[in-house]
Design a protein around this ligand. Structure first.
Ligand code: KIV
Length: 267
């Protein structure tokens, strides 16, 4: 068992704002581990790995096997944060039996502590079933990237009716047993309303400053991503530039014969 459980994360509501982050590999997980147990209560193996790890334009091609593989990579190292993994596109949309089986595999074979799925009312029966089976579930509303073919990548629930519907679906997900809810790309005022309406932590991404927590993609926040970033992303570092400098220095040192030096060579 990792230090952070769904119960402990729920208990943060109203007590402490917290940051969460995606992670897809063991090296990155080992960096998180050096930060101690309190910095990131939750780490997500998101289906955004389709973009960050696999080079796709969307998360749609990601499979349950891909999620299991990356969850295992992170899980071998992660001891503190709760390990949350996405149910990928196609694994639960056709019917709840598929979704149930996919979640069981992600828990059993991947070693995740909880699963996340996208959508409101249509997911309620599956959420209830998973929770009854002892699988903690995190919801995801607003911009749901698995529906990008239909909704695009733009701000959601701008009008009053859509905003009310989102709040209603958020309440239904909480009632169905979700221990947390991600809301993505919605107006800040709505992010604040959803957080105020629920007693579980609401984790925002592009949902303003008044949600209970935030989540960002590893590559985006560390400046490892050369793509154009969404308005809500802040680059907290520029590791891409650091890597470019190191790689150029290495190539130059090999070319001019200064690497390896005698102290880096065996007698
Ligand atoms: O897949 C992902 O990375 C996500 C987060 C950005 C919320 O779902």
């Amino acid at each position: 068992m990792r230090n952070w459980t769904p119960g402990k994360i729920r208990a943060l509501k109203g007590k402490r704002k917290f940051a969460t982050v995606t992670c897809y590999d063991a090296t990155s997980a080992s960096i998180l581990e050096t930060l101690g147990s309190d910095t990131f209560p939750l780490v997500l193996v998101g289906d955004s790995l389709g973009n960050t790890m696999q080079g796709h334009d969307t998360a749609l091609p990601v499979t349950v096997d891909d999620i299991i593989y990356h969850t295992r990579c992170v899980g071998r190292i992660l001891r503190n944060s709760l390990l949350l993994s996405d149910l990928p596109f196609g694994s639960y949309q056709a019917n709840d039996d598929d979704g149930f089986r996919a979640a069981i595999r992600i828990i059993k074979e991947g070693g995740a502590d909880a699963v996340k799925l996208e959508g409101g009312e249509r997911c309620l029966a599956l959420v209830r079933r998973l929770v009854e089976a002892g699988i903690p579930v995190c919801g995801h509303l607003g911009l749901t990237p698995q529906s990008c073919l239909a909704m695009g990548f733009r701000v959601q629930a701008r009008d009053e009716q859509a905003a009310e519907r989102l709040i209603e679906e958020a309440k239904l997900l909480e009632a169905a047993g979700c221990f947390a809810l991600v809301v993505e790309c919605i107006p800040s005022a709505l992010g604040a309303k959803v957080a105020a309406a629920l007693s579980i932590p609401v984790i925002g991404i592009g949902a303003g400053a008044d949600t209970d927590a935030q989540i960002l993609v590893w590559q985006d926040l560390l400046g490892l991503n050369q793509n154009k970033l969404a308005k809500f992303v802040r680059r907290f570092g520029n590791l891409g530039e650091v890597a470019q400098t190191a790689l150029t220095d290495y190539a130059t040192a090999v070319e001019n014969g200064t690497y390896p030096a005698p102290e880096e060579s065996y007698a």
